[in-house]
Design a protein. Sequence first.
Length: 77
Amino acid sequence: MKKLLFGTSFVGLCAAFGSPSLAQSGTDRRIGIDARQNKQRVRIEQGIKSGELTRREAANLFAEQAAIRAYAGPTAS
C-alpha cells in the first residue's frame, strides 16, 4: 500500500511541476538557443585569440553553430 501511495504521489508531483517546463513557447525556446549560441561564439573567439583553437577548428565549430541555427529556425526578432 505504501508503494502504491508513494508511486501515485511521485507521478502527481512530476505532472504538477514538470508541465510548466513542457509548455515553453517557441519564442522562449529560441531566446534560450540564441543565448547559448552567443556564449559559444564568444568562447570560440577566445579560443582563437588564446591559441587554443586553430583557425580550422574554429571554422568547424562555427559551421556547427550555423547548422544549429538553421535547425532551430528563424530568429525571434
